[in-house]
Design a protein around this ligand. Structure first.
Ligand SMILES: Cc1cc2nc3c(=O)[nH]c(=O)nc-3n(C[C@H](O)[C@H](O)[C@H](O)COP(=O)(O)OP(=O)(O)OC[C@H]3O[C@@H](n4cnc5c(N)ncnc54)[C@H](O)[C@@H]3O)c2cc1C
Length: 510
């Protein structure tokens, strides 16, 4: 009797899931055991590695996966919390009667890879009835391992390189419709699941009661499909005219929570939405008329994502400041806890930065240009802090937290990578209507919502409120320095000083 253990990690979905489809359809599996492992103690609001919103969102995804597996395929998802190897060891005895094949998604993340290696060594190699099978292209369109291992592969530096690669791989790549594979319960005899017990098993109901209440984005495959339909499939004009650098960073007018971009990143990074499904939807719509193209189109965004997956697998120490061939080792300032804490908690005295960081804290999400603003501010712009400090905070809090993408984008914004914007292009954290951060400045609704202390401030002063005369502060009911912080830094001075420091650091590296 053959048993397929389907280990869900970063593909929390039923649709277009090659791992699940293989288990469901292959003659090499008679039974299925779907599992998910939370790698931390999670009966609390947040953990060391996951902030409240990220943990709650992840849980939503697992809960929805559990429901969908039950309702659509009549399979029970077994959920555990603990060290992966220990969890698998704890069910090994009960799986004695089976020939077990452990199915897992391919991952570029070194932590996942190390874990798989350990499991291979300690569990698979020591149990003749166990084997392991890894599936490429579960999280990406490209087969990352195959591309980085191919002769002549060079790490891509730009969208031009990516377009070249996509043309070689797929030809007319913008119009391609990729094959997707959904398990079809009606065409197959339903495969039965098996049941196991373990001290690491957790009750979903119990966990739910310990978590934060829902934020703006609810996790799960159902939500992912609903958002895909609402923002993409039903919006031909939106898709065909999508132009990322022109999108407004302060969200939809009238709804300071709803992104002007697709808002699909949390669903893509947890694998609730297949990246191929999104690509295909865009290809179909683009065939209806004129459309934007990479790098600004939605497909262009997906290609940036693929680029970072390639880099994260092929560049040594991708997440490090040193020993990373794609990172110039700039002499950043000593870690300054007070500055970092003000940034983290949205208390810098720069309303745009604070509004963005408070949105991150409350919802786990921020627009791409908002991320530009706050990461530039923390590093080469104003606070002169090492990018890895901001990276760590993002990793913990973002509901779309993704190791390959988060590191890649921080390298980009800190100005240290070959694909970075020039280090001297610094965003003004107090933008006007012409800023390339695309901030809505007329009503400044986003700032009023996220920084309610400034709700009554006139728009003229709201991005730099300490410059408002005292009588205006009084009539707005907010005294700067008392009700809202003074700026933690002189932005013009720090900009000047940091530009010099960056230049000196670069000269030393030559
Ligand atoms: C400092 C910094 C850190 C970031 N960390 C993350 C992260 O941990 N996880 C994450 O998913 N994105 C990250 N991004 C990239 C980007 O900001 C988000 O993917 C995007 O804002 C998500 O919103 P959306 O789904 O509406 O994007 P859309 O514009 O609608 O794009 C569609 C999809 O394309 C992908 N994408 C878009 N922009 C990028 C990009 N610059 N790089 C790679 N993929 C992209 C995402 O999967 C996104 O969902 C980061 C950006 C910066 C500047």
């Amino acid at each position: 009797m053959k048993l397929a253990v389907v280990w869900f990690r970063n593909a929390l979905r039923i649709h277009d899931n090659p791992v699940l489809s293989w288990a469901y359809e292959s003659e090499n599996a008679d039974f299925i055991l779907p599992i998910y492992i939370f790698e931390e103690e999670i009966q609390q609001k947040s953990t060391q590695n996951m902030g409240e919103q990220r943990l709650r969102f992840q849980f939503d995804c697992v809960e929805n996966l559990h429901q969908n597996l039950k309702n659509k395929l009549d399979l029970d998802l077994h959920v555990f919390s603990g060290d992966c190897l220990e969890v698998l060891e704890s069910i090994r005895e009960q799986l004695q009667p089976f020939e077990v094949i452990l199915l897992k998604e391919y991952s570029t993340n070194p932590r996942d890879r190390k874990q798989s290696e350990l499991i291979g060594k300690k569990l698979i190699n020591t149990n003749p009835t166990w084997s392991i099978k890894s599936f490429p292209s579960t999280q990406t369109i490209l087969d990352i391992e195959a591309i980085v291992g191919s002769p002549g592969y060079k790490p891509p530096k730009s969208m031009k390189d990516m377009v070249r690669l996509f043309k070689i791989e797929f030809g007319d790549y913008e119009n391609i419709i990729f094959e997707t594979n959904d398990p079809n319960p009606s065409s197959n005899e339903r495969k039965q699941d098996v049941s196991v017990n373990s001290k690491y098993q957790v009750s979903l109901d119990k966990i739910r009661s310990s978590l934060s209440t829902a934020g703006y984005f609810r996790g799960g495959e159902n939500e992912a499909i609903t958002r895909l339909e609402k923002k993409v499939i039903s919006q031909n004009d939106y898709v065909n005219s999508f132009n990322k650098p022109k999108s407004i960073s302060t969200n939809i007018q009238g709804n300071p929570m709803e992104p002007t971009t697709t808002g699909l990143s949390p669903y893509i990074s947890t694998g609730c939405l297949s990246i191929r499904r999104l690509w295909n939807s865009c290809s179909e719509i683009q065939q209806s008329g004129e459309h934007t193209v990479p790098p600004v189109s939605i497909q262009g965004q997906i290609m940036f994502r693929e680029m970072f997956y390639l880099l994260s697998r092929s560049v040594d120490n991708w997440d490090q400041d040193s020993g990373n061939p794609q990172c110039k080792e700039i002499e950043w300032g000593e870690l300054n806890h007070a500055l970092l804490d003000s940034w983290d908690s949205g208390q810098t005295g720069f309303p745009l930065i604070d509004a963005m960081m408070r949105q991150l804290n409350a919802t786990g999400w921020m627009h791409h240009l908002g991320r530009h603003a706050v990461s530039c501010f923390l590093t080469r712009g104003q606070l002169w802090q090492n990018w890895t400090h901001g990276r760590d905070i993002f990793e913990r809090k973002l509901i779309d937290s993704d190791w390959a993408l988060n590191n890649g984008n921080w390298l980009w914004l800190a100005g240290v990578a070959p694909f970075s914007m020039p280090y001297y292009r610094i965003y003004n954290p107090c933008p006007d209507s012409k800023s390339s951060l695309n901030v809505e400045t007329k009503d400044a609704e986003f700032i009023r919502y996220w920084v309610p202390e400034l709700a009554e401030f006139p728009s003229k002063y709201i991005f730099e409120p300490h410059l408002a005369p005292l009588h205006i502060q009084e009539s707005a009911g907010c005294l700067i320095g008392t009700d809202y912080p003074n700026p933690i830094i002189d932005r013009k001075e720090s900009r000047k000083k940091n530009l010099q420091s960056f230049k000196h650091s670069l000269e030393k590296l030559r």
